[in-house]
Ligand binder design. Structure first.
Ligand SMILES: [Fe+2]
Ligand SMILES: [Fe+2]
Length: 358
């Protein structure tokens, strides 16, 4: 029903499906919005509308898709890497370092494979998750009333995200040609599988809202280390520039979704707000927890047994480090939810704390 998206998400959130809502509108103008709003109960006079200062005022001049060159892999210095090693725990694991004698390129290969994982994650996140919701915002089919300027900005975000997906796929293809390093990545990335499972166990009336919340979460998390990579001279130029391009665009998206959250929240009933807020911590962890199966498969590919691979990966991602990472990157997201009053509820605070986010 939803084309490519349906392949992965099983169209669980049919009430949100922008295509379905658009088609429904032809027969029943206005009906689609009411239908899509099943999980989003609008309350008159409480729609969070404050004057909207668009973060996209200079979009036509500044957006990557409008103004940046294609990032092409050129010659790079011998000491330039394909990813920041401090962001790739596997690169510094002693057992991988021990392989250097027989596989002198192992360090580079681990970084390249991490780059592929990151680019694939980005392309699929943008196409399958973010743009699915952004399309609904642009066309007013997700049941959230917004000023026209915000609807129009959603069209810009849609272009941005589509270009991020393209530039990710393009860069991965260029690196594959240049290095001949291959990687077996799952057709469905781990975070999508986790989200899909969570949506399956989500009450029907909250499925669409949960998808929207996941997009708000993913668009407001801040990975400072990744942004730093955009200025890191030890990274090959094309990768560094692509990361920087993306970070600049995402700064605008972050500002937009902080405002979007206020509008959404103002249109929910107190009971739905509480149920929604209780889901946010898990959504944050779905996004930030590492793709363990994919790293395990990679380690097996270096000649380790499955048991060894499992042990290595457990060492790479101790619970405390995974939780600390989630807490760090979600600080701003948590602040946005706190600012709309979501954390005023004792049980909601306990849920955030239980996920290590407070
Ligand atoms: Fe993006
Ligand atoms: Fe974005």
């Amino acid at each position: 029903m939803c084309g490519t998206v349906g392949l992965f998400m099983g169209c669980a959130a049919v009430s949100l499906c922008p295509k379905q809502a658009l088609f429904a509108r032809r027969d029943d103008p206005g009906g689609a919005v009411d239908g899509a709003g099943a999980a989003v109960h609008a309350k008159a006079g409480e729609d969070g509308t404050d004057a909207y200062a668009s973060p996209f005022r200079n979009w036509y001049e500044r957006a990557t898709v409008r103004s940046a060159d294609r990032r092409e892999l050129g010659p790079s210095a011998a000491d330039q890497g394909f990813f920041a090693p401090e962001l790739v725990p596997l690169a510094s694991h002693p057992l991988i370092a021990d392989l250097r004698g027989e596989r002198p390129d192992i360090h580079r290969d681990v970084l390249v494979r991490h780059l592929y994982r990151y680019l694939d994650f980005t392309a699929k996140l943008e196409h399958l998750v973010v743009n699915r919701t952004v399309l609904g915002i642009a066309h007013g089919t997700i049941g959230v009333r917004l000023p026209e300027a915000m609807r129009l900005d959603a069209f810009k975000i849609y272009c941005d995200e589509a270009y991020h997906a393209l530039s990710s796929a393009d860069l991965a293809a260029q690196v594959r040609r240049a290095t001949d390093v291959r990687a077996e990545l799952p057709e469905v990335p781990y975070f999508v599988t986790r989200l899909e499972r969570y949506l399956e166990e989500t009450p029907d009336d909250l499925t669409a809202l949960t998808e929207i919340l996941f997009v708000i979460v993913s668009e407001t998390l801040i990975t400072a280390q990744l942004s730093e990579m955009g200025n890191d001279r030890s990274i090959v130029p094309a990768v560094r520039e692509a990361v920087r391009d993306h970070a600049l665009d995402e700064g605008r998206h972050h500002a937009y979704f902080a405002v979007f959250l206020r509008h959404l929240w103002g249109q929910l009933t107190p009971a739905t707000r509480r149920r929604a807020a209780l889901r946010v911590p898990r959504l944050i962890r779905i996004f930030t927890d590492p793709d363990v199966p994919s790293v395990e498969r990679e380690v097996v590919g270096y000649g380790f047994s499955r048991d060894d691979a499992r042990r290595i990966v457990t060492e790479l991602f101790p619970d405390a480090a995974v939780t600390a990472y989630a807490k760090t990157v979600s600080q701003q997201t948590v602040r946005h939810f706190a600012s709309v009053g979501a954390l005023d509820d004792e049980q909601v605070r306990a849920e955030f704390a239980a996920h290590g986010l407070l």
